[in-house]
Structures are given as C-alpha cells and as structure tokens.
Ligand binder design. Structure first.
Ligand code: MIG
Length: 788
C-alpha cells in the first residue's frame, strides 16, 4: 500500500513537477533602511544590503527592480523592450513612519518599510489594486535547488501577490489553456510540442505578461525575465498568486488600467507596436508539408483559381531545399524558383518559404557539391553557438547534424538577414520561421542546451537565459534583413516560438495542433489570450495539423479562422489531404462562402488590424475586452469578437446545429437575417453546417467590398458601409486605407475616413466626416446600406 502511494505521488510529481516550488521557503528581502530619489526613480536600501528600485515611466506604468544582498547592477538590457525614452510624469513622495508612498496622477505605490511590502492603489480613489502577499524573495540557501530545472542557472527569485477572491487572470501569451487563467499554474520555457492538447505546458512561446481583473478594474504585470519562469494564479494556495524565475533579475513592470485596452496600449508602447504586414497577409493562404515539385505548387494554384476559391499565398515547407539546407533550393524540385514565383504572381499568388534555424553542419571538403556557403561563412566568421567548454554546439534537426547562429551578435543578425537575398531575388514574398524554440531532436527538453553560450551584449550568458529569446532574435534578424533587402515593402515573417516583443517582427501561428474538435475549441481561448498578450496577428493550421479530419471539422475550422488575422490551411507530411475541396463539393461550397466573406469583410479586417497596430488592442478579442464591466463575459471560451462590432459564436462539436449565445448589453443584429436582438442575455440560435452564428453590434457601420480572388485584384472596388442602427437609431464607423504594401503609412501615407449616420424623416442620413492622413486612395465609390 505504502509503495503504491509512493508511486502515485512520484507520478503526480512527474506530471506537475514545477508546481512543487514552495516559495514560502525562500528568504524574504530585508526591510527598508533608507531611500534616495532621482528624476524618475526611487531606490531603497534594505537591511540585508538588498536594493529595490521603482522607476516612474508613465502615470500608469511603474517598473520594479530588486537585487538581493547587492546593489542593482548598472547594466540594464532587455531584448523585449522597445522604448526607454519615457517622459517622466508628475510624481511625488510622501512618508509615514511605516511606509513611503510614491504617487503619480493615476497610481499610488505604497512601500511598507518592515517587512518590505509593495502595494498599488488607485491614486484617485485610493482603492487597493494589487498587494504583495509576502516580501519579494530569493533562494539564498539553495533550498529549491532540487526542484530547479537548471540548478546552475542562478538563484530562484519570486514575487508573491495577494490573490483576490474574485480576481480573474488573463494573458501569458501562448498557453494551451482556457481564457481565464485563475487557479492555473504555468511554466515558460519555449518547447516544441507537436500534437499538444489542453493543459500541455509549456508550449512554443514565452510571454511573461498577464492581466488581472477584479471588480471591473484591471492591472497588468510584465515580468521581464527570460529564464525559465513560473506563474501560479492561485493553484498552490488560495492566498497568493506568485511568479518567479530560475535566475536573472527581479524585474517587473506594473501597468494600471483600470481599462484593459489602456494597458494593452501601454504594453505595446513598452515592448513594441506590431507593424502592419502587407495587406495580402490578410488573404487566404495554403500550405502543406510539403508541396513539391514546382509543378505541384502550380497545380494547387490552378485548383484554387478553377474552383473560384480566393487565395493570396502558398507556403513551401522544408522539402523545397537541397537536403534541408536553409538558403538553398533543390535544383530538381525547384529548378527555377523565380520563374515559379513570376508565374504565380500572374495569378495574384505569393510564395512563402520556411527557414529553420538549423544550419547543416557541413565543413569544407567533407561535404557535397556544391559546397554549403552558409555553414562555411558562419563558421569562418564565428557566428555559431558554442558550449561553455568551447566546443561548437551541434544539435540534430532536419538537416541532421546542425549548428545554430548566435543571434545576440549584431553582425550575425545582419549576416543572417542579408542571406535572405536568395529568397527576395527569387520573388519570395514572406519568410516562415519554424523550429526556433530552438527545437533539437537530440533532446526536446532544452536541458542539453543549458551550457550553450551566447554573446549577449558581452555578458556571455547561456541558454538558461537565452533559449526563450532565441526566436525573438532570429525573427528580428529576418525582419530587419527583409527591410534592408526590400526597403519599399513591408516584411512578412511568421514565427512559431517567441518572447515578449515578438509582435515587432512576426506573425505567429499556434504550431502543431491536432485535427480534432478539442483542438478546434482551444483555438478560441488561445487566439484571444495571445491578443491579450500583445500579439495581435495570430492563427492556426485550419483543419488542424496532425491526424485525420473530415469535411465537417474542416468547415467548422474555417468558421473560426475565416476571421482570424492569419488564415492558413496546413497539414503534416504523412497526414490526409485537407485542402478545401478534399471532402467533396458540399463542404467546398460552404468553405468558399466563408472565404469569400473574409474578402468581402477585408476593409473591416484591415481597418481593425490597423487599430491593433496603433493601439495594441487585438483584432480577435474575447468578449471581456469589449465588455470589461460585464462579469458574464469573464469566462467565455467559445465566442469571440472581431474588433468592437462583430460577435461570432462558432460550433465546436460534431453533429451540433444549435447553441447558446451570450449577447452583451445593447442591440444586436443577426448577420445573416438582420433580425434584431436586445442584448444582456443568452439566446439560442440555429447553426446548421452552412452557417456560423454571427452578430453585429447595433451602432456599427461595417466597411465591406466586393469579394476578390486575391488582395488588390480590383483596386478601385466600391466600399459599402453596412449600417446597423443602435437604440437611438444612430451608427458610426471608420475605414482605414493605405497602399497596402509600403512602409509609407508610418509617414502619414494613409487615410482614415470616419462616417456616421442617423434615422431622419423616415430615411437614414449619413455623412462622411473628417478624414485623416495624406494617402490618396483614388476615385472609388462609397455606398451605404441600412440593415434591419
Ligand atoms: O519537425 O517543417 O510546426 O508546421 O510543417 C516538424 C515541417 C517541423 C513543424 C511545424 C510544421 C511544419 C513542420 N515542422
């Protein structure tokens, strides 16, 4: 019996190894003995020689740093941060015997002296927003060493916050989990996890940023630490939500809302706004591991066009290369890539190639003919990563024995970026970065990489710190390379792994999903969560990647993804075909209807995407983002909104043709029938396979156009604003336009047209209000259609 029990507990331990960290065993930071201020900081010296520093970046953004038993190091660098030139807002300090309080116009930070506890309050109402549950702590005595993934990484550090009884948690980037993360426990360690299911953790990305919401008031915390990190939102205790890391600096940013949208804007200011991709990136895309040779790629294009299915891009997976050597084309399969891309361009279709980080290890003389210039150049210039003992690090990936570039080296990033000339010269329109966790077939846990050294600004740190930022820097090298190679175009990079800030360089997709209903259902909380984590441009393999789907699943998948920013059907190499026509005409006809609807809604999607670029508020939203004051929305995993105006409630189970839909307060219109509903309630709707329940918010004017086969096919197509009046019989909307391809929008070459209207004398009168920006869209018709 005893033995069985031990085995059981051992199993439990294996299943959730890291939940075991007992942070109450850590040594708390000493109490405050003195403090000093500068223009934008206040630094506390503690009884144990520790130091804590608050930096006042904005009225709603406070940075907290701590160093245990030593002063805060002068060196301050993070790959995630995009902005460090903040204009210091008005702030002041007040003191009592027990505490020092720092106040801006929006937040009060109360630092209790002994023990040292930090509290954040609303500066106007003095309402408590967030409070330390115990002092910040570190593993001074190495008590957690046995629980550390990497005992050599450094000292475990942790911050523990009081858990609110009604506090909801959101964000943390890419997690195979539901929307509300309350009572969840998560690990961040970029991992290649094909076929993952709900609960698998960690997966590909690390975004150590979360939002919390209580009584309608939100705050955010970005723990900018790239070591393996842990977030416990009340799993191990009902008292606390804690986060910690296996090394590095205790360094977090506190964002105060109270609105989530405001926090997302600040987070984008801090870690970077997503640039606009070319408009065609919103078009439908088709992929397969792998389409080859070139004639098969042409056949896919031909099928799409013959069947009148819209398509903007085809992806070439790893088999386009000569023996998986990045920056080469297989000369039998793709003898003339330029001719292929030209031919496809004639049909409005772009080519995207995959580029993995693994560079085939192929020394001069030992290799094949022709010699592999990428390996030779990288070796000669010393751009590849080594282990701490000085040996070249040789992981095994698709090319067999390989090497990885040290992307922390600026000159290596430049070299890698410039190598993409091979693609741009051949008319390749976008780059797809895969395997950049980085994955290694020898060992997928990452343990084998713990002593791999990177230059890291001269610090020469290991993958204990740099694994999680590897993809960020690889995508950065790629993005910046494409910017240099095509200064008149917008780079388009897709990535699988990432760290906070990845939105500056790449679109992402959620990796190797299963072709199952469960995986489809998981799409929604994963997309909405990524949106709440600063990554607006997301999508997944439509139909699922692994396993055998069917027509019904594929149709229902399109009914989710036809409004996702990234809409690409993709399938594993040994999987069953799943292009839109593979299950017969019945399903194909429905898929066509939804793809065409996507292109019809393109002006709306592009307008919403530009809003994401500018404000950090995502395209694909959970209802709670638009209805933060409505607790009915806090846990909705099976509905989503596109922008502020479109609500979608897809069917996520087989054989189901009816479902409950929650409509928040206001007036709503059934998209298909224009039937009007009063919100603030649950309704039951029919959803046969041909349809997806979709509602438009009363008060919206949605810009649409005539569906095209690809973006830009008919540049001057008329724009129709579909008008859905609200209770007061008014409506408003806007339309964002630019050239769709160049970076000119950053210099004001865009046009934002706002429109509004109201019921008048039995009719509806509309007006085109001010327009903003210097882009001239040329003559085009604007039409208005009142619905309902
Ligand atoms: O080890 O390039 O997630 O989309 O088709 C698998 C082959 C490598 C994983 C990607 C998937 C891609 C596949 N890749």
């Amino acid at each position: 019996m005893k033995r069985l029990q031990i085995v059981f507990y051992l199993l439990l331990f294996v299943a959730t190894p890291a939940a075991a960290q007992d942070i109450t065993a850590l040594q708390p930071i000493g109490s405050v003995i003195s403090y000093a201020r500068t223009e934008n900081t206040i630094s506390f010296v503690c009884s144990d020689n520790s130091q804590v520093r608050l930096t006042i970046l904005a009225p709603d953004l406070i940075r907290v740093r701590a160093a245990f038993a030593k002063p805060i190091p002068a060196k301050d660098h993070s790959w995630a941060i995009a902005k460090d030139d903040w204009t210091t807002p008005r702030w002041n300090i007040s003191e009592t015997t027990g505490a020092v309080t720092v106040s801006t116009d929006e937040v009060e930070v109360v630092v209790s002296r002994s023990p040292l506890l930090i509290e954040f309050r609303d500066a106007r109402t003095h309402q408590l927003i967030n409070a330390d549950e115990r002092p910040m702590a570190h593993d001074a005595k190495g008590q957690l060493a046995g629980m550390m993934f990497d005992p050599k990484a450094g000292t475990f550090i942790a911050v523990s916050k009081k858990l609110g009884f009604d506090e909801h948690f959101y964000g943390l980037g890419e997690k195979a989990a539901r929307l509300d993360k309350r009572r969840g426990f998560f690990v961040n360690w970029n991992s290649d996890t094909p076929g993952y299911t709900e609960g698998r953790d960690p997966i590909y990305q690390t975004i150590p940023f979360y939002l919390a919401l209580q009584r309608g008031v939100a705050y955010g915390i970005f723990f900018d630490n790239s070591y393996r990190s842990y977030f416990d939102f009340g799993r191990s205790s009902q008292q606390r939500a804690w986060f910690g890391a296996e090394g590095g600096e205790l360094n977090y940013y506190f964002f105060y809302g109270p609105s989530i949208k405001k926090i997302l804007g600040r987070y984008a200011d801090l870690t970077g706004h997503m640039p606009l991709p070319p408009m065609w990136a919103l078009g439908n895309q088709q992929s397969r591991w792998s389409y080859y040779p070139d004639t098969m790629v042409e056949e896919v294009a031909r099928e799409y066009r013959q069947r009148d299915l819209p398509l903007d891009a085809i992806h070439l997976d790893i088999d386009y290369m000569r023996g998986y050597r990045v920056f080469t084309f297989d000369s039998q399969r793709f003898p003339n890539p330029k001719a292929l891309s030209d031919k496809l361009a004639g049909q409005g279709i772009k080519l995207i190639t995959i580029v993995d980080p693994g560079v085939k290890h192929e020394p001069r003389g030992g290799g094949t003919d022709p010699r592999y210039f990428v390996f030779e150049q990288g070796l000669e210039r010393n751009y590849f990563q080594h282990r701490s003992n000085g040996q070249l690090f040789v992981p095994r990936v698709w090319p067999g024995e390989s090497v990885f570039v040290d992307y922390t080296l600026p000159e290596a990033r430049r070299w890698w970026g410039d190598l993409h000339r091979v693609y741009t010269d051949n008319g390749i329109a976008g780059i797809w970065n895969d395997m950049n966790e980085p994955s290694d077939f020898v060992d997928q846990t990452g343990k084998n990489q713990l002593d791999v050294v990177s230059y890291d600004e001269g610090e020469r740190t290991t993958h204990a710190k740099n694994r999680n930022t590897f993809a960020l820097l690889m995508s950065r090298a790629t993005y910046e390379g494409l910017e240099r190679l095509r200064p008149d175009g917008r780079p388009y990079v897709i990535t699988r792994a990432g760290y906070a800030g990845i939105q500056r360089y790449a679109t992402m997709w959620i990796g190797d999903t299963n072709s199952t209903w469960d995986a489809l259902a998981l799409n929604i909380p994963m997309f909405t969560t990524l949106g709440l984590s600063g990554e607006p441009f997301v999508g997944s393999d439509v139909g699922g990647f692994i396993g055998r789907g069917n027509g019904e699943l594929l149709v229902r998948s399109y009914q989710v993804s036809f409004l996702a920013p990234f809409c690409r059907n993709h399938k594993v190499i040994d999987g069953y075909d799943q292009e839109p026509w593979r299950f017969g005409k019945y399903y194909e006809d429905i898929i066509r209807k939804f793809l065409k609807l996507r292109y019809e809604l393109l002006p709306f999607l592009y307008t919403t995407l530009e809003e994401s670029h500018r404000t950090g508020v995502p395209v694909f939203r959970p209802l709670m983002l638009n209805y933060q004051d409505d607790p009915n929305t806090y846990n909705i995993d099976d509905q989503f909104m596109i922008g502020s105006n479109l609500l979608v409630a897809p069917i996520l189970k087989p054989d189901v043709t009816r479902r409950l839909v929650y409509l928040p307060s206001g007036t709503w219109y059934d998209y298909w029938t224009n039937k009007k509903y009063a919100g603030g309630t649950m309704i039951t709707v029919d959803a046969p396979l041909e349809t997806v329940p979709m509602f438009v918010r009363g008060g919206a004017m949605i810009p649409t156009t005539t569906p095209q086969n690809y973006v830009g096919e008919r540049p001057a197509a008329p724009i129709t604003f579909n008008i859905y009046p609200d209770e007061k019989a008014t409506a408003a909307g806007n339309l964002y336009e630019d050239d769709g391809v160049s970076p000119g929008y950053k210099r004001g070459l865009f046009r934002r047209t706002t429109v509004s209207g109201r019921r008048k004398n039995g009719g509806f009168s509309t007006s085109i209000n001010s327009s903003e920006g210097q882009f001239n869209p040329g003559a085009r018709q604007l039409k208005f259609a009142v619905k309902g």
